[in-house]
Ligand binder design. Structure first.
Ligand code: IDP
Ligand code: MG
Length: 177
């Protein structure tokens, strides 16, 4: 007798997570990382980043023209939270994008499931900014674009996107004095 066994195999993916300035100011880093550990995904990269206007505008390039765009750029640059930094992470594993989005919750924190991270910790300011404490890539194309924007290959310990050898010439950098 044949027994059909359907095994649901999810693709191994990577997704970008940002703990936004309000998340850092509210000391939510530990809570957010604990909630994300429920996914059993692996952290493949992590860094604290000072967000320039250029990086902010590139990250949210598809929202240019929206009425809230300027405030959104100020928000992610940390202008409203006395913290000009975000924590950026790459999560790696099967179905990573969907798993993280689910725990993250809906964009509008008032509409997000109350046990999701945004539902539990987010708010809408009186000027209408959605302070939703974290970012999570929405789909594979966005994840690839965003991960490549926030990290270099050497900063990520597992690779799912091809890398190549290259050489940087005349690049100025800061060294320990
Ligand atoms: P997502 O972060 O859930 O993927 P997006 O539509 O990509 O949602 O929007 C990016 C960010 O822009 C949101 O996380 C939120 O901070 C902000 N945002 C989106 N829509 C609105 C809005 O209608 N009013 C105010 N802020 C918004
Ligand atoms: Mg988005």
């Amino acid at each position: 007798m044949w027994v059909e066994l359907w095994v649901c195999v999810m693709a191994v993916e990577q997704t970008l997570v940002l703990i936004k300035p309000d998340g850092l100011k509210k000391s939510l880093t530990g809570n957010i990382l604990t909630r994300l550990s429920e996914t059993r995904l692996e952290i493949a990269a992590a860094r604290i980043v000072r967000v320039t206007r250029e990086l902010a505008e590139e990250h949210y390039t598809f929202l240019k023209g929206k009425p809230f765009f300027e405030e959104l750029i100020g928000y992610i640059m940390g202008e409203f939270h006395e913290r000009r930094k975000v924590m950026a992470l790459v999560y790696h594993g099967e179905g990573a994008i969907q798993k993280v989005r689910e725990i993250c919750g809906a964009t509008n924190p008032e509409e997000a499931d109350s046990v999701s991270i945004r539902g539990a910790y987010g708010r809408i300011t009186t000027s209408g900014v959605y302070e939703n404490v974290m970012h999570a890539s929405a789909n594979p194309e966005e994840a690839e674009r965003e991960i490549k924007l926030w990290f270099t290959p050497d900063e990520i310990v597992y690779h799912i996107y091809p890398v190549k050898d290259g050489e940087l010439k005349n690049v100025k950098t800061r060294l320990w004095a």
